[in-house]
Design a protein around this ligand. Sequence first.
Ligand code: ATP
Ligand code: MG
Length: 348
Amino acid sequence: MLTEDDIRNALKSVKYPGYSRDIVSFGLVKQIAATNGAVSISLQVTANNPEVAQQIKSETERVLRDVPGVNKVYVQVNQPNAPQPAAPQSPWAQQNKVAGIHRIVAVASGKGGVGKSTLSVNLACALQHLGAKVGLLDCDIYGPSIPLMMGLNQRPTVSDAQKMVPPSKYGVKLMSMGFLLDGDQPVIWRGPMIVKTIQQFITAVEWGELDFLLVDLPPGTGDAQLTLCQTVPLDGGVIVTTPQEASLGVVRKGIAMFQKVNVPILGIVENMSYYTTPSGERVEIFGHGGGQAEAERQNVAFLGEVPLFIQIRESGDRGVPVVVSAPDQAPGQAFLKIAQALRHQLAD
Ligand SMILES: Nc1ncnc2c1ncn2[C@@H]1O[C@H](COP(=O)(O)OP(=O)(O)OP(=O)(O)O)[C@@H](O)[C@H]1O
Ligand SMILES: [Mg+2]
């Protein structure tokens, strides 16, 4: 009796033209069928060259005819007939969508304290200001800042369907570990618990219809962040940097993290770009333009810059984001411009 394995073993003597490796090890053999001595093989060749396909076909037929017990051979070679366009599909085509949520975007940075949470909060409010339905998910389990910055600390209620109903503030739906903890009790969970919690933040929360769900990631680009990026079905990532860190290569770590999990990079935001003194003098405390320069080097979009403003820090502490308290002034405008650039990057 002729088995599939007999056929496969025989095919190992068919070399790929010009290579010492065989077609089995290259993974070209897609289907093998053998009945009553009739063998049918389907091969997938990625090269466009018809000569290569022809050589593989005739060599495969020759080898198979020599296998004892084979009396009929049929070899089909599939080949792309035209050169493949580089990216025929949207990069998001493969994503596992969450029903009702159009786009999930993570805000990350290589280092802590560069303004991820400040950007997440203001971007969420800015997108809402521009007319979008927005949710904001705080994935910083150990140091959630969204409740403080949005001025809300409220336990979510539970719906009839036994799902958590996210409380809203300034028209943005919110979920944070901070809402579920009592007071300042520290979180001492281990990795798997965190992954489970974050999964529930996506699937067991009634987000409803959202144009954007923004995700504020904890600082860093280590394993924990990587796991989060895999846990949440992200459509894209935004990287926040200070001008100085951009030049130190921290941005590249953030880009590498998203690339590892196949999440498209939507762009870089430079925060704390410069400071304008009350007399109008511009001081570039951390340098300036590092974010833009790095974006160009890495061939990703530059979404915009946010100068240092006392109002941004104060309003964060007060729980009223600048985009909400003063959308027409410079600090709020900076975030609104970034929101527009982000929307542009995510346009269908
Ligand atoms: N452009 C800005 N102007 C003034 N203050 C800012 C600006 N951006 C951020 N800050 C302040 O810097 C501090 C750190 O910002 P934030 O908490 O957003 O950073 P983070 O990257 O989320 O930090 P962590 O890594 O701890 O999560 C906050 O007090 C915030 O108000
Ligand atoms: Mg933060």
